[in-house]
Design a protein around this ligand. Structure first.
Ligand code: FES
Length: 146
């Protein structure tokens, strides 16, 4: 162990970063460090809150314009992995039509991430399920407004 505590802590942190990067992949690591789309939204056109089997809750907010997602965001009380998955779900939703949104699944989020540890794969499914519920909410409101 180094006799310089600061250097020891820096070394430890670098080791944790390296381990995280190699387990979760570059894309997930970068997003974890620079989180995007994690915010509530005023008056969303589609909104859902889903609690996964692990007990973590995710919220997804969608705003549409001309039948395309103009804005998407999420919030979660869950782990960093669920935040990463929620963030990519929101990003993947941008500019999509309802028909295209249906194609965003847990598998497609995992594919986009390019590898996620087996034990954390359910975080992507929670993000996708919440996104699909938010789309469902939008579709119901559309029907009601006709
Ligand atoms: Fe439950 Fe990540 S551990 S969503």
């Amino acid at each position: 162990m180094s006799d310089n505590p600061d250097r020891f802590i820096d070394g430890l942190q670098n080791q944790i970063y390296e381990d995280t990067r190699s387990s979760y992949g570059e894309r997930a690591f970068e997003r974890w460090q620079n989180m995007r789309y994690m915010r509530p939204m005023e008056d969303p056109d589609g909104y859902a809150v889903v609690t996964g089997p692990c007990g973590d809750t995710m919220k997804v907010f969608l705003k549409f314009q001309n039948e395309h997602v103009q804005e998407a965001s999420f919030q979660t009380d869950g782990c960093g992995n669920s935040a990463v998955c929620g963030s990519f779900a929101a990003e993947m939703a941008l500019d999509k039509t309802p028909d295209e949104l249906i194609e965003i699944t847990g598998e497609s989020i995992l594919e986009f991430l390019g590898g996620f540890p087996e034990k954390d794969r359910h975080c992507a499914f929670l993000a996708a399920e919440t996104l699909q519920e938010a789309l469902n909410d939008y579709m119901i409101k559309q029907r009601e407004n006709r």
